[in-house]
Design a binder for this molecule. Structure first.
Ligand code: 6PG
Length: 228
C-alpha cells in the first residue's frame, strides 16, 4: 500500500493551474488516440477550484464523457450533490453535451441508484482519467475504512453505501475494481487536515486510497500543506 508518485506544489493555486493544464493535455492526447475522453470526477470541496479552472480554459466538447466517482443520495438539485457542484463550477457552461454528463441517479436510494449506475456502465471500457479526493481518514470516493471497497474482479461497478461516516450516510460509489479499470488515476489532495492520512498512506497502512492502482499511472497532486 505504498504511496504512488507524488507531485508537490507550493499552494493550491499552483497545483490547480498545473493540474488543469495536464488534464487538458491528457484529454487532447486520448481524443487523438481513441476519439473520446472518459473522465471520472471527484466529489467534495477540493476539486471545485479545478473545475472552475477547466471552465476558464473552455475545457470539454462532444468528445468528452463525464462520470462521477461517487455521489451523495440527496435530491438531484441539492447543493451537497457532487454533480451539482461540478455542473455549477464547470459543466453547465461547457460544450460537453448533457447526454455525455452521467450524473449518478439520486432520487431512488443507494441500492437502486448503484444498480442503475452499474447498468449504465455496462460496455464502457477503461476510463481514461479518474480524479479522486482523499478524506482525513484515508477514504476516497465513498470507499471508507472498515467497509467493503469492492476490490475483487467480480465486484459490481457501483456500490451502495448505507452508513457513510461522512454525511450523508446514503451514498453511491464506484468500486475499487471499477476505479482501477482506468488508464490513469490522479488524486487531488490539499490542506493540513490531510497530512496525517498522507502519513498513514506513506507508512503502508491499509486504506481505501491504497486500494486504487490504475493500469498506466497513479499520481498524487499534493499541495505542500498536506505533505507528510
Ligand atoms: C465526497 C467525496 C469524498 C471527498 C473526500 C475529500 O462525496 O465527499 O467523494 O471522497 O473526495 O472526502 O473531500 P474534500 O475535498 O471536501 O476534503
Amino acid at each position: 500500500m505504498s504511496l504512488p508518485e507524488v507531485r508537490v506544489f507550493p499552494d493550491p493555486e499552483h497545483l490547480v493551474a498545473a493540474l488543469a493544464d495536464a488534464l487538458c493535455a491528457e484529454a487532447e492526447a486520448d481524443i487523438r488516440a481513441r476519439g473520446s475522453f472518459h473522465l471520472v470526477l471527484a466529489g467534495g470541496n477540493t476539486p471545485r477550484e479545478l473545475y472552475r479552472a477547466l471552465a476558464a480554459r473552455g475545457a470539454g466538447d462532444a468528445h468528452w464523457v463525464v462520470w462521477y466517482g461517487d455521489e451523495r443520495c440527496v435530491a438531484a438539485d441539492h447543493p451537497e450533490r457532487n454533480s451539482v457542484m461540478a455542473e455549477m463550477a464547470w459543466l453547465a457552461a461547457s460544450r460537453i453535451p448533457p447526454i455525455n454528463r452521467h450524473a449518478i441517479p439520486a432520487e431512488c436510494g443507494a441500492r437502486d441508484a448503484a444498480d442503475a449506475y452499474s447498468k449504465r456502465l455496462e460496455g464502457v471500457g477503461d476510463f481514461d482519467l479518474v480524479l479522486l479526493g482523499m478524506g482525513e481518514d484515508g477514504h476516497t470516493a465513498s470507499l471508507f475504512p472498515g467497509q467493503a471497497w469492492g476490490e475483487t474482479a467480480d465486484s459490481a461497478d457501483a456500490l451502495a453505501v448505507h452508513d457513510s461516516p461522512k454525511p450523508p450516510p446514503e451514498r453511491v460509489s464506484l468500486s475499487a475494481a471499477r476505479l482501477n479499470r482506468s488508464r490513469r488515476v490522479w488524486f487531488l489532495v490539499g490542506g493540513a487536515s490531510k497530512r496525517e492520512a498522507m502519513r498513514r498512506w506513506r507508512d503502508g497502512e491499509r486504506l481505501p486510497v491504497g486500494a486504487i492502482h490504475a493500469r498506466t499511472e497513479t499520481l498524487v497532486w499534493l499541495d505542500r500543506a498536506a505533505a507528510p
